[in-house]
Design a protein around this ligand. Structure first.
Ligand code: FMN
Ligand code: SF4
Length: 556
């Protein structure tokens, strides 16, 4: 294997778009960690102040700065893996220098362990093995799907298999029949909205980018998927990578963008290779690159691996990370549609949002709208995990009753068990308690209960679980992942974690509740991004649904 010098690595990437992340990864792979000498070389080669580079490198959880570095195992510490015994697995691997990592997006096949660039899965050290990520289980209701309609077809991840099952026909229709205006119309009329959390209407976002001045425009696929309990984007990219690429090319055609990025979370190393292979196939077949489909437009896609930080899923933080800056969220406005990648108009869309577009273009807006229940348009993939018989990614019509998903599709909790709580939006939507499960899976119904659907992670906790401890772990995750830019979030999440641990603060329930609500209200009102605004939903819902368990905790 050729070992490249510092200078060769820097020169390889210097002229490429978004070069810092691949440079950091190249050093990390070559040496096993990013040493101080490496940082000096990178800082001088890329003309970045050393202190800034040091701050950026140390911000990312997966960039080691000393041996054993990337070779040491990292064990998933997410809420579902904890139920599966991740603490014991971590202890058993401590001798190899193992450390915990935040939810690695494999809740349907616990427990993931990262070793170098390989994901191993198993519950004990002897059982750890490399295996492909699970294909989404078939939909037992026979309900029509959109993004999963062909995902189980053999060979779908390759170009030939993708083409045989209708792949790239949506893009062909866009180019030959619809034109950019027609694509914007179909996407807008379909009612598809962001599937990454915020639910912004996709057609409006694309039109804003089309109409914004500034070149080159960019399409960024947000494949950071750091929300605990969410693993749908991994399934889409692993088993249907061309759908994501086709969605990006359609977005470029509609908006006039020529530059594309897939920002992929560090914890999905195998997905990186799957995407790279699909991209190469798409390029060779003329779907990506210059003069796409002979239609006179150019669009190149670059894959950039993140380096481990939940906040990098937030679009401003993601764009700063791509640009090689410290990955703080950006103040808004301006929004990425006018001031995105390198301050130019940029679409940032989630993987699932982009993968929805090819079937919409192939089958029409009306078809997609009709997939939802009643007045709701379309579908949503729910990553379902935890105490449920058949965990997995399920594509549901928006508006489906939660009970149908939990009991009829996924087999309910184990025998003799009762569902005590589910999370919504991964952890960001807090919990729904036992009396709140009679709800449909759509934003208005969930918001009426003080929660939201977001990216669609639903973790199930049965009646054995200590919900105050589950909430403490959730808040500790937010405290750990807070970027620290605004102090109400940085300090508030920490104080709430301590309150939930019962370590400090009042011991009588009323004062405890008042203080916790107060901290949460300040966080919601003054945080600059969704992390600080969402974290208090954990404590709000705990107070709403599990006051008895809080009382027991404080009485100890
Ligand atoms: C803390 C935080 C983390 C986020 N993480 C992700 C993520 O991992 N993936 C994602 O698509 N969106 C994530 N988002 C939402 C993005 O900021 C953005 O709204 C989304 O990528 C837009 O794409 P969409 O309109 O297709 O959903 C996150 C937001 C916040 C506040
Ligand atoms: S709310 Fe939290 S995560 Fe978001 S910018 Fe402020 S400190 Fe950072």
């Amino acid at each position: 294997m050729t070992v490249f010098t510092d200078n060769e690595i820097i020169e390889r990437w210097r002229g490429e778009p978004a070069p810092l992340l691949p440079i950091l990864h190249a050093f990390h792979e070559r040496d096993g960690f990013v040493s101080e000498e490496a940082m000096v070389s990178i800082a001088s080669g890329m003309r970045i102040p050393k202190a800034d580079l040091y701050g950026t490198v140390t911000f990312y959880h997966h960039l080691a700065q000393h041996p054993p570095g990337r070779a040491a195992p990292r064990v998933c510490d997410g809420p579902v893996c904890r139920l599966a015994g991740s603490e014991e697995l971590l202890d058993a691997l401590r001798g190899e220098g193992a450390t915990p990592m935040a939810c690695a997006g494999r809740c349907d096949d616990a427990i993931p362990v990262l070793r170098g660039d390989q994901t191993l899965v198993g519950r004990t050290p002897d059982a750890l093995e490399a295996r492909p990520s699970p294909v989404p289980p078939p939909n037992p209701g026979g309900v029509e799907e959109c993004v999963f309609a062909s995902i189980r077809a053999p060979g779908r991840a390759g170009l030939a298999g993708y083409r045989e099952t209708g792949g790239y026909s949506g893009l062909e229709r866009a180019v030959t029949e619809l034109g950019p205006e027609g694509v914007l119309r179909e996407v807008t009329e379909s009612g598809v909205a962001g599937r990454g959390g915020a639910g912004f209407p996709t057609g409006r976002k694309w039109r804003a980018v089309r109409e914004a001045p500034g070149e080159p425009k960019s399409i960024v696929c947000n494949a950071d998927e750091g929300e605990p309990g969410c693993f749908k984007d991994r399934a889409l990219m692993d088993h249907d990578p061309h759908a994501v690429i086709e969605g990006m090319v359609a977005a470029a055609f509609a908006t006039g963008a020529s530059l594309g990025f897939i920002y992929l979370r560090y914890e999905y190393p195998e997905t990186f290779h799957i995407l790279a292979r699909a991209l190469e196939e798409a390029r060779s077949a003329g779907f990506v690159g210059s003069n796409v489909l002979g239609a006179g437009f150019d669009f190149e896609i670059h894959i950039r691996r993140g380096a481990g930080a939940y906040i990098c899923g937030e679009e401003g933080s993601l764009l700063n990370s791509l640009e090689g800056k410290h990955p703080f969220p950006r103040n808004r406005p301006p929004f990425p549609v006018t001031h995105g990648y390198e301050d130019r108009p940029t679409v940032v869309n989630n993987v699932e949002t982009l993968a929805s577009v090819p079937p919409i273009l192939a089958q029409g807006a009306e078809w997609y709208r009709g997939l939802g229940c009643g007045e709701y348009a379309g579908t949503k993939v729910i990553s379902l995990s935890g105490d449920v018989v058949r965990p997995g990614n399920y594509e549901v019509p928006i508006g489906l009753p939660l009970h149908t998903l939990l009991d009829d599709w996924a087999g309910g909790p184990g025998p003799g068990r009762r569902v005590q709580a589910v999370t919504m939006a991964g952890l960001s939507g807090g919990f729904l308690g036992p009396d709140e499960l009679d709800v449909t899976l759509d934003e208005p119904s969930l918001r009426a209960k003080g929660s939201f659907l977001g990216a669609g992670g639903v973790m199930v906790f049965d009646d054995r679980r200590d919900m105050v401890e589950v909430a403490r772990q959730a808040m500790s995750f937010f405290a750990h992942e807070s970027c620290g830019k605004c102090f109400p979030c940085r300090i508030g999440a920490q104080r709430l974690t301590e309150r939930l641990a019962g370590e400090s603060g009042p011991t009588d329930v009323e004062t405890w509740a008042e203080e916790v609500r107060d901290i949460g209200a300040v966080m919601k009102a003054t945080s600059a991004c969704g992390l600080g605004m969402a974290a208090p939903l954990v404590t709000d819902s705990l107070l709403r649904c599990f006051a008895d368990q809080i009382e027991r905790k404080l009485a100890r």
